[in-house]
Design a protein around this ligand. Structure first.
Ligand code: ADP
Ligand code: XUL
Length: 554
């Protein structure tokens, strides 16, 4: 684009997410030429995961994924892509990983990584490289006591948030590492290096330990977000000798290394192909959606639901997260995260809508906006925001249309169509309420929707009504792997120029000619309805507050 990228070059972006490994290939004009995926449950059934994960049946909130499954997925994906993509033309690769998940390399890890045999697949060679077989992932909620310990070490939750960008969260890597140190000290001692999912796959690609990037590093509760260095105080409060096991931090646009000879020989990548630092999936989506205007918000509807935007003046608080923007070192990304996203919608679809998105959508279209006052809270998994345990709570608000004082009745169930509308309205009312409270723009100028469920037009329509702004989508719902491919191009350009180059230089004023261009999916909803939703948001936040007081984690 604008002559800055070689026209015959390819850029490869991966996304190692909860349920699948995906890839997107961009050409030198930033047009998607291929995309591919490996779905863990169905294509790698021998791991016996459900939704890509193992849930501890004892109900202690432990949720992990088999590390080797991610490795084998890379074997399979590269095999699938090789007949469609000329790997010899790929000049840069980057990737995205589900955030917070961690991989524990044992003392043989580096030696194994640096001597991979190109005649064999990766999986069998990496079998003995880890001190922990199953990686704790972002869905885990088993580290509440470690969270409180880390907060106490720096003077409280708000202090930790000011220092690292977030208060302590169970899924964050610092509390996860502390739990391993406390409960399995031998395993901790046998660990040579700890990677995030993002830096883990990058390590395989460069055949050596890759750095953790400053953006995904902010999802650990361990990094000083202003200085972008590990915080010594928190490292000490987490586990001894941790700094050495974490290695250095690097900006997301930096080169992690050259692709290793394993991939040159086995798949015929060119020797000069560079691997740009991998980062978290939400930050990569931010890049792929080219979010660069403070008034815009993105809503990602994947396994998790997330809401994110950008700011140059972050205000870390007790809710939400702040990360360095992966494509603009002077700016930050702010985000809210829900664990009960697509899998909880699927649960309602399966129970109430014949396991069919068509029926689900028919019910959504058939029921009135505001759902006759029926309001639901659906937590199939322990929720992050608000911090509530597994449970479903249903209420009927009387006179919801009239904006008068309403009476709230708790009920046990709704009819199936109302249940469908209740989960959809509930999820977006909550997002709106929390986004307002976190200081995100309301109404936003526009929302860009992404993730698996952004294919669903009925859901997009509800977002437009509840937020009162137009909703856009990009060409494909997997914006994390698209963003990774774009970041590969960005990192390649920064490396070529020997300095940081703004990412917009890649496309100049021709963004609409690239695969990143956003298209209007729904205009803003009706203003009168919006004001009714505003009342409903406040009512919902009040009910939620009561639930947190009664049942919330502390
Ligand atoms: P992740 O990247 O977290 O693994 P994805 O972004 O790939 O997840 O999204 C996967 C989810 O998309 C599935 O769990 C599924 O519920 C949801 N999904 C797919 N198609 C639809 C649809 N038409 N309507 C609603 N949700 C959908
Ligand atoms: C973000 C988070 C999730 C995962 C999902 O903080 O926990 O969105 O990144 O892959």
């Amino acid at each position: 684009m604008a002559g800055l990228l070689p026209s015959d070059a390819l850029f490869l972006g991966f996304d190692s997410s909860t349920q699948s490994l995906k890839a997107t290939v961009l050409d030198g004009n930033l047009i998607i030429i291929h995309s591919e995926s490996v779905h863990f449950d169905t294509e790698l059934p021998h791991y016996r995961t459900k939704d890509g994960v193992y849930r501890d049946p004892s109900g202690n909130g432990r949720i992990v994924s088999p590390t080797l499954m991610w490795v084998e997925a890379l074997d399979v994906l590269l095999e699938k892509l090789k007949s469609k993509v000329d790997y010899g033309k790929v000049v840069a690769i980057s990737g995205s990983g589900q955030q917070h998940g961690s991989v524990y390399w044992n003392k043989r890890g580096k030696a194994i990584l640096t001597s991979l045999d190109p005649k064999k697949p990766l999986r069998s060679q990496l079998e003995d490289a880890f001190s922990v077989r199953d990686s704790p992932i972002w869905m885990d909620s088993s580290t509440t006591s470690q969270c409180r310990e880390l907060e106490k070490a720096v003077g409280g939750a708000l202090e930790l948030s000011k220092l690292t960008g977030s208060r302590a969260y169970e899924r964050y890597t610092g509390p996860q590492i502390r739990k391993i140190y406390q409960t399995q000290p031998d395993v901790y001692n046998d660990t040579e290096r700890i990677s995030l999912v993002s830096s883990f796959v990058a390590s395989i690609l460069i055949g050596n330990y890759a750095s953790i990037d400053e953006t995904d590093g902010a999802g650990m509760n361990l990094m000083d977000i202003k200085q972008r260095v590990w915080s010594k105080t928190i490292l000490e409060a987490t586990a001894p000798g941790l700094e050495e096991k974490l290695g250095h931090l690097a900006p997301a646009h930096a080169v992690a290394g050259l692709i290793s000879s394993y991939f040159v020989e086995r798949f015929h990548f060119q020797k000069s192909c560079i691997v740009i630092q991998w980062s978290g999936d939400n930050p990569n989506s931010l890049a792929g959606l080219t979010l660069n205007t403070p008034g815009d918000l993105a809503i990602s509807l994947g396994t998790s639901d997330t809401v994110f935007g950008i700011t140059s003046e972050p205000q870390p608080s007790l809710e939400g997260h702040v990360f360095p923007n992966p494509v603009d070192p002077n700016c930050y990304m702010v985000m809210l995260v829900y664990k009960n996203g697509s899998l909880t919608r699927e649960d309602v679809r399966n129970r109430c809508a014949e396991s069919s998105w068509d029926t689900f959508n028919k019910y959504l279209e058939r029921t009135p906006s505001l759902n006759g006052g029926k309001l639901g809270f659906y937590y199939k998994e322990h929720e992050i925001l608000p911090p509530l345990p597994v449970g479903f709570h249903r209420y009927v608000l009387e006179n919801v249309d009239s904006l008068n004082e309403t009476k709230v009745l708790e009920v046990q169930e709704f009819d199936p169509p109302s249940e469908v509308r209740a989960i959809i309205e509930g999820q977006f009312l909550s997002m709106r309420g929390h986004a307002e409270r976190f200081g995100m723009p309301t109404p936003p100028n526009r929302i860009i929707a992404t993730g698996g469920a952004s294919k669903n037009e009925s859901i997009l329509k509800s977002i437009a009504s509840i937020f009162g702004c137009p909703v856009y989508t990009v060409q494909r719902p997997d914006s994390a792997s698209l963003g990774a491919a774009l970041r590969a191009a960005h990192g390649w350009l920064c490396n070529k120029e020997g300095r940081f180059v703004p990412i917009s230089c890649l496309y100049g004023d021709k963004l609409d000619k690239t695969s990143m261009s956003a298209k209007l999916a729904f205009p803003a909803g009706d203003a009168d309805l919006l004001s009714k939703y505003t009342v409903l948001v406040n009512k919902r936040m009040q009910i939620e507050k009561n639930l947190v007081e009664k049942l919330g984690r502390s």
